[in-house]
Design a protein around this ligand. Sequence first.
Ligand code: S3P
Length: 185
Amino acid sequence: MTITRTPAVNLPWNGKMDTRIFLIGFMGSGKSTLGAKLARRIGYQFLDMDQLIEETAEMSIPSIFEEHGEEVFRKWEHDILLELCTREKLVIATGGGAPCHSQIMDLMNSHGTTIYIHLPPEALRDRLIRSRTKRPLIQGKSESELLEFIVSLLQKREVFYKQATHTVDGIKLQTETLVRLLRDS
Ligand code: S3P
């Protein structure tokens, strides 16, 4: 999979930080919103993995799951990550499941800084209910089924998420908190 994107306009950043910042966490944890703000703040380019996959495949994520299946989607996530690890000055919002397969956590940790945006299951449920993004894994679930699903999947995924360089509380998380974390560590 080949990615084409124009670079962001770089604003001056005098701090010392890794050239790739990976935001990881469950669906609905705010990776894309925070990632875009962080990138603007530090003059890095922002890339959203899901968006890159959609643009490259010229299909929406739900259509990819439907037509190609989850396994193919996971392979594309891996391909995209490999390519992103060759680029500089990026803030990357990863898909919620990306860190949990194909040694992607190791790949990201050896090519940059990973930040796990942690939120409790109830907060994730509320955000996912409010979200307009179509997510195949949770489509058609009632509120109680959704909470049950989040609790169970989060438990499995946290094994991977917790390998992140940093874990931050996602409730009321501010861009400046991330900047401070990256600057001071
Ligand atoms: C997924 C999360 C989604 C997207 C796909 C699968 C997951 O990304 O990659 O629907 O497995 O958790 P977001 O975390 O941006 O919603």
